[in-house]
Ligand binder design. Structure first.
Ligand code: HEC
Length: 161
């Protein structure tokens, strides 16, 4: 009587094994398709972050020299956010190792803004701009030569307070 159950157990065992392996196959193909989606998702390039930083750098200058401290505070934080984004998203670029050098200069400008001190703002902005170029030299992009802007970058935004 008991003997008759043995083939049944074997059949059940084999059935559950094949079920398990097809479940694993299904999971693997879901993982593969999710991996593909992650690889294909849009990620801004280093140059795009830098172009954004360039705009905020210029706006920051005109906000600061016009003693528009609320706008200057906004602009310095926009630069800081882009720097953080480079640290987060550009890990595959060797140049990202040099990005922390900008942080003390950003902090100095930020301190001047919080103190609403225009002389300190101007001095620290020179330091900031020099540091941008120091990094560009270090990573062989010295042809991207940044300077203090002569005129406001946009005519459709008010920089004066
Ligand atoms: C890692 C050090 C580093 C620092 C600090 C840095 N940059 Fe850059 N910057 C780069 C690199 C690398 C590129 C080239 C990016 C690329 O591959 O397109 C670049 C490119 C640029 C460009 C050219 C963008 C374009 O596509 O036309 C500008 C403008 C620029 N940076 C402005 C700045 C300003 C302003 C600062 C300072 C507030 C700054 N950068 C600080 C590394 C740096």
């Amino acid at each position: 009587m008991k003997k008759n159950f043995i083939p049944l157990f074997i059949a059940l065992f084999l059935f559950s094994c094949s079920n398990e392996s097809s479940r694993i196959n299904r999971l693997q193909s879901r993982i593969d398709s999710l991996e593909q989606k992650v690889n294909d998702s849009y990620k801004p390039g280093f140059g795009e972050f830098m172009s954004a930083i360039q705009v905020h750098h210029a706006k920051l200058w005109f906000a600061g020299i016009n003693e528009n401290w609320a706008l200057a505070d906004f602009e310095i934080h926009e630069i800081m956010e882009n720097v953080d984004a480079i640290r987060k998203y550009e890990t595959d670029r060797s140049e990202s190792k040099s990005i922390p050098m900008i942080e003390p200069a950003l902090d100095t400008v930020n301190a001047a803004i919080q103190k609403k001190n225009i002389a300190q703002f101007k001095n620290s902005f020179v330091l900031l701009t020099n540091t941008c170029n120091t990094c560009h030299k270090d990573v062989n992009y010295s042809f991207n030569d940044v300077k203090i802007p002569d005129s406001p970058p946009f005519s459709n935004q008010v920089f004066k307070k």
